[in-house]
Design a binder for this molecule. Structure first.
Ligand code: SF4
Length: 445
């Protein structure tokens, strides 16, 4: 399983702060380490943030009414779990919230995180006399990597920017007359709003009480992260015109067609692989059994920074319905395998419950390379599929067989060929060329 990165939400108009608070709660799946909201009051930017889930991190009593706010839920990929590094990051003049990773931030100076780089860059440009919008365009010029970025200025303007490749989603909408911008459109709809559409890759949007102004700063081919469709985003989201739910069903259908297994039951690893398993079950005719039960109140295992803590959490993460798998041949469907420790533990508990055979089918290609665009994969040597050898992978996780989708099959399911596939292919759609070993030193845990 993969750690998500972050979610952002912003609103300009009546009830802004409440909307941002509610929006962040609905984006909680994208980050559970910290949360924060900043808003404007009397010409100053104010901020509340804390560690944990939105409900733990932000005391609603401390929020004030305002017509402009931005917020953030975080899972860190650079930096650690500390309050200082929680977002929004800023001061009484400006604050920033972003989802992604600035791949080349360390080449621009000695910044503790890429968020610090963004803030320092913008402040420096503005001190030099540039308006915020121009400073942000200057930032887009020098920054490489993934950023769906919100900036709140003390005059109550929110600026929303999506990097030229559009690695992470960002969507514009309106809720009760207020303009909103959210990592995912499902949140806007759930809050009773109307989705206007994606902020386009390379686009900058200035959002003010009186309306929005859109400017296409870069014209490049968008390459949204394939894993937004496979794993990160909520199933009820639509990203750049593609329904995440339909893509997941199709991943499962193609998996069943091209990588079948003789089995009695299909078992999904909850939560995100459920539609993939449903697609597999429908296409293969093998019945679906919800044999793994996610223990509702446990946190996502990869919130935990160390292996030891992670394994502790894995133990309590899934319950197992023994009768659903006893004496059965099981197709175990998951969306991805990173290190393999979750999968190994699940396979051994299925065996312990009496499953006769376990065939693992994965609704994505093999993850063989790290990500430098906002997703926290370990270094290459810790990736289970680094060798590309299926027999060895099956042995390592203790399964009778393991098969993955190919890159072409995944594209077919998502219905798009212009997506980022770098963690499968090693071909990074970044603007600059980098020495990958130095990126690995900077970004891998
Ligand atoms: S490398 Fe993989 S996880 Fe990272 S942005 Fe590309 S597809 Fe997404």
């Amino acid at each position: 399983m993969i750690r998500e990165h972050c979610g952002v939400f912003g609103a300009v108009g009546e009830g802004s702060v409440k909307l941002t608070y509610e929006g962040l709660k609905l984006l909680q799946h994208r980050g559970q380490e910290s949360a924060g909201i900043s808003w404007t009051k009397d010409g100053r930017v104010k901020l509340v943030k804390g560690l944990g889930l939105v409900g733990e991190a932000i005391d609603p009593e401390r929020l004030e009414e305002s017509e402009a706010s931005i917020g953030h839920v975080r899972y860190s990929t650079t930096g650690s779990t500390t309050l200082e590094e929680a977002q929004p990051l800023g001061n009484d003049r400006i604050s920033v919230s972003f989802n992604g990773t600035i791949t080349n931030y360390f080449m621009h100076g000695d910044y503790p995180t890429d968020t610090e780089f963004i803030l320092t860059f913008l402040e420096r440009e503005m001190k030099g006399g540039k308006p915020l919008k121009e400073s942000l365009k200057g930032f887009m010029d020098v920054a490489d990597g993934a950023y769906s970025l919100l900036v709140l200025a003390r005059d109550g303007t929110v600026l929303a920017v999506r990097d030229p490749r559009g690695f992470r989603p960002l969507v514009l909408g309106k809720i009760n007359g207020a303009w909103v911008v959210s990592s995912e459109d499902s949140v806007i709809r759930q809050l009773g709003g109307q989705v206007i559409g994606s902020v386009h890759p390379g686009e900058l949007v200035v959002i003010q009480r009186g309306g929005i102004k859109r400017e296409q700063v870069f014209h490049m081919l968008g390459t949204t992260c394939a894993f937004e469709y496979i794993y990160f985003a909520r199933s009820d989201s639509v990203i750049d015109g593609v329904s995440v739910y339909s893509a997941r069903i199709k991943l499962g259908e193609i998996l069943a067609e091209r990588h079948p297994a003789r089995a009695d039951v299909v078992v999904p690893v909850p939560e995100s692989s459920r539609p993939i398993a449903l697609g597999f079950s429908r296409r293969s005719g093998i019945p679906l059994e919800e044999a793994l039960v996610r223990t509702v109140y446990s946190k996502r295992s990869f919130i935990m920074p160390s292996n030891e803590k992670r394994n502790e959490v894995l133990k309590e993460k899934f319950g197992l319905v023994d009768v659903a798998v006893r004496d059965k041949r099981v197709v175990l469907v998951d969306d991805s395998i990173v290190r393999g420790n979750t999968m190994n533990r699940i396979v051994s508990s299925l065996r312990g419950a009496g499953a006769r055979e376990i065939h693992v089918r994965i609704g994505s290609p093999m993850i063989r390379y790290p990500c430098y665009m906002g997703i926290d994969f370990p270094k290459r040597s810790d990736l289970l599929a680094r060798s590309g050898d299926l027999r060895r992978i099956a042995e390592e996780i203790g399964a009778d067989s393991v098969e993955y989708l190919t890159v072409e099959e995944m594209e077919l399911a998502i219905g798009k060929r212009t997506i980022c596939e770098a963690c499968f292919t090693g071909d990074y759609p970044l603007r600059g060329k980098y020495d990958l070993s130095s990126l690995e030193r900077v970004f891998s845990r």
